[in-house]
Design a binder for this molecule. Sequence first.
Ligand code: HEM
Length: 74
Amino acid sequence: MVFDCLMNPAGPYQLNLVRTERMNHDGFGTPNDVFDRFFWIVRDVCREQAADGWTPETDAAWTARIESLLAGSR
Ligand code: HEM
């Protein structure tokens, strides 16, 4: 679901999904900032796995995508 949201960020479905899940998770006892951190954790693990294949352009693209998804789903 996180990869789907990151790969199709502009979709209203994805923005609403993240917004809804953020609220759901608050009900589960997962604070909003912890919920949002999940996306950055996925990025960090992918970076580790990609090793040399992770270029500055890759990093900039992931960062921009996550920032726009989190900003668009608040
Ligand atoms: C560190 C961050 C997160 C924590 C600690 C967390 C924790 C949990 C927990 C404890 C549940 C089970 C709730 C229950 O059924 O009692 C759950 C369910 C779920 N989580 Fe997360 N989650 C995190 C991030 C995310 C993210 C980023 C997404 C998707 C964008 C997501 C999507 C879901 C979905 C779809 C379910 C099934 C329940 C539902 O439909 O709301 N989670 N999560």
